[in-house]
Each structure stands twice: as structure tokens, then as C-alpha cells.
Write a protein that binds this ligand. Structure first.
Ligand code: PMV
Length: 353
């Protein structure tokens, strides 16, 4: 019995997006490199506890209070179970593993709970199994659960190199700069908490196969990844903002160009787009940048100086009842103490309410 290990990780927001995978075998190998920033665990986080014990007869995973059904062939659940098996085999562990994971933000709403969840799980399992894997190997393992999870293994500003090897050994994330390098804020506007109709894992296969625009995206996205990394190093907000907005728009254009078309942004998302362009043109330069993942919720990136103004503008664009939270940039996963644990001493899940 190794005890209960609990890890905490934050989602990341991509400034240059991963959309489209070149394999269909559960490796999540992207066609293009991407660049992200990891959000702050104080604002958005996944807490994941794991216990390994011969008394646990079957591997079981609970997410937000619900037991994940392993027999229904759900792709996401299969990928999680696959990584658990892979890590268990490295540690020669006997018995089953119990995983209990909880997000403090709505899952399936384009707020990348799969990224923080994947990162927290491999981090906790690495400890529970005493594997001593380095961050690069943890990044490869997290990637297999959900591509973007490989970036949440690091804090601060992160680049995921697409790699070219068919086995994916060279497709991992690396830190470009720590959180202290540049104080940026992500003003998250939650315009819908409902789950998306087309999962990102399905979309990653549909778009490259069907969109004619996608071919031109690949070259652009690779150039954007270079440009964004350079702008981050230089702390050049004007350039980073331009790249982030153009890259998000380009990705959503290829989604709409897919067959059948995939639409994630809604009317409210567009209100955010218009409000940001309006603010930037009022200032005569970029003071904010929007970016959207596979969902309608907006991430508006800005600097501390304009945070309050951006929040006010978003509230007036979306209405007083809009749910807005602002996150700083934060660290990578860490082990957390007993008070956060989600498995009790008798190895029962603490599911909360
Ligand atoms: O890792 P996935 O399968 O959830 O895909 C993430 C895709 C986007 O959020 C749209 C872009 C990204 O790079 O995070």
C-alpha cells in the first residue's frame, strides 16, 4: 500500500492552437506545434487523488462525482485507462487503482478540464508508483490522454513541439518561460456551461480529412508558434495579441470548413470578438486579445493595467449576469496536502456534493 497521493494542476489556454491529429491510434500526435500559457491553480484547477492497493479489485475513475464507465467504449475513458495501465506496468504494481478527480470549473465547456485532469493524473501516478519520470516523459504520457494535457505539465509559457516520429517520442511540451517572466491575465468569460456537441477528439480527425482550408492552416500555425514564442520572449504584447487572435480565427474557420461543419463559437462569443476589436481600435494598439477553444467561452488575454477595463467591457458586452473570472499565469502540477485529498483512509472516494 503506497497511500493516497493527491496532485493539483491547472488548465492551459493555447495562444496558438492544436487542431488536427495525424494518428488515430490514441497517441494524439498533432499536425502542428502549439503555444500556451498555464493558468493559475488559485482560479481554475483539477484536484486528483490516486490510491493503489491490492484490496482495490478493479481500476476505477471518478470525475466530478461520477464513476466513468469503462465498458461503454467511451474514447476519453479508454485513453485514461490506457495511460493508467501503461504507468502501472512501468511500476510493476499489483492490484487496482482508484482515481478521484474534481474540477472547480464546468467540464466539457471548452475550458480544457481534460488538460488539467490529464496532467494531475500522471503527476499523482508518478508519485504513487515511485516512477521518478522527468517532466518530458510525463508530458508524453499526459498527451496520450488528451493532447493539450501535455502542456499543463509545465507552468508559465509553454510550447508543444509537434514532432515527426510515428511513435510520438518527440511530441512533448517544453517551458518557454516561467510565470514570473511576464504578468498576463486571462479574463475568462463563461458564456455557456453546457457540453460541446462535437468532442475535440472527433474534431481533430474530421477537420484534416475534410477541410480544404486546413492545408494552409498547417504552414500558418507553425509560423504562428514560432512568432508567439518569440513575442513571449520579448514580452511583445502587440505581436502576441495579433497572432493569438488570428490563430484562433483561423482554427475556427477550418472547423466551419469541415464536413459536416463544426461550430463552437456562438452569438455571445462574437460579442466578445467585437468588443475586443473595438477596445483595441480605440487605443490604436492591441491591449487585449481573444482566443476560443473548442467551445463558446472566451479567453481575453490582457495585462494587469487593463484587466479591470477589459472585465467591465466584457460585462457590458455580455450583460451583468455574465460569469467572468480572471486568472493569472501559474505553475505546473504539484502534490498537495491531506486536506485536499479525495480518497479517505478506507480507500473510499470522497465525492462531495
Ligand atoms: O487536447 P484536446 O483534445 O482537448 O484538444 C484541444 C484543442 C483546443 O483546445 C481547441 C486547442 C488547444 O490547443 O488547446
Amino acid at each position: 500500500m503506497n497511500g493516497v497521493y493527491t496532485a493539483i494542476a491547472a488548465p492551459n489556454i493555447a495562444l496558438v492552437k492544436y487542431w488536427g491529429k495525424r494518428d488515430d491510434s490514441g497517441l494524439n500526435l498533432p499536425y502542428n506545434s502549439s503555444v500556451s500559457m498555464t493558468l493559475h491553480q488559485n482560479t481554475v484547477r483539477t484536484v486528483t487523488s490516486v490510491a493503489l492497493d491490492p484490496e482495490i479489485k478493479r481500476d476505477a475513475v471518478y470525475v466530478d462525482g461520477k464513476l466513468q464507465n469503462t465498458s461503454r467504449g467511451d474514447e476519453k475513458v479508454n485513453l485514461i485507462m490506457g495511460v493508467i495501465r501503461e504507468m502501472k506496468s512501468m511500476g510493476n504494481s499489483e492490484g487496482g487503482v482508484l482515481v478521484v478527480s474534481r474540477n472547480n470549473f464546468p467540464a466539457g465547456s471548452g475550458l480544457a478540464s481534460s488538460a488539467s485532469g490529464g496532467a494531475a493524473l500522471v503527476f499523482a501516478l508518478n508519485e504513487a508508483l515511485s516512477l521518478h519520470l522527468d517532466s518530458r516523459r510525463l508530458s508524453v504520457l499526459a498527451r496520450k490522454m488528451s493532447g493539450s494535457a501535455c502542456r499543463s505539465i509545465f507552468g508559465g509559457f509553454v510550447r508543444w513541439n509537434r514532432g515527426t516520429s510515428p511513435g510520438g517520442e518527440d511530441s512533448y511540451a517544453e517551458q518557454i518561460a516561467p510565470p514570473s517572466h511576464w504578468e498576463l491575465i486571462d479574463v475568462i468569460c463563461i458564456v455557456s456551461a453546457s457540453s460541446k456537441k462535437v468532442s475535440s477528439s472527433a474534431g481533430h480527425l474530421i477537420t484534416p480529412k475534410t477541410s480544404v482550408l486546413y492545408k494552409s492552416r498547417l504552414e500558418l500555425a507553425e509560423r504562428n508558434a514560432e512568432g508567439a514564442a518569440g513575442a513571449i520572449e520579448e514580452r511583445d504584447f502587440e505581436t502576441l495579441a495579433e497572432i493569438a487572435m488570428a490563430d484562433s480565427n483561423n482554427m475556427h474557420a477550418t472547423m466551419l470548413d469541415s464536413w459536416p461543419p463544426i461550430k463552437y463559437m456562438n452569438e455571445k462569443s462574437w460579442k466578445v470578438v467585437e468588443a475586443v476589436h473595438e477596445m483595441n481600435s480605440r487605443y490604436g494598439r492591441n491591449i487585449a486579445a481573444y482566443t476560443f477553444d473548442a467551445g463558446p467561452n472566451a479567453h481575453v488575454i490582457t495585462t494587469p493595467k487593463y484587466e479591470k477595463e477589459v472585465e467591465d467591457e466584457m460585462r457590458s458586452a455580455l450583460g451583468e449576469r455574465a460569469r467572468i473570472l480572471a486568472s493569472h499565469i501559474g505553475d505546473g502540477p504539484r502534490l498537495t496536502n491531506k486536506k485536499d485529498r479525495l480518497i479517505d483512509d478506507s480507500l473510499q472516494p470522497i465525492l462531495g456534493n
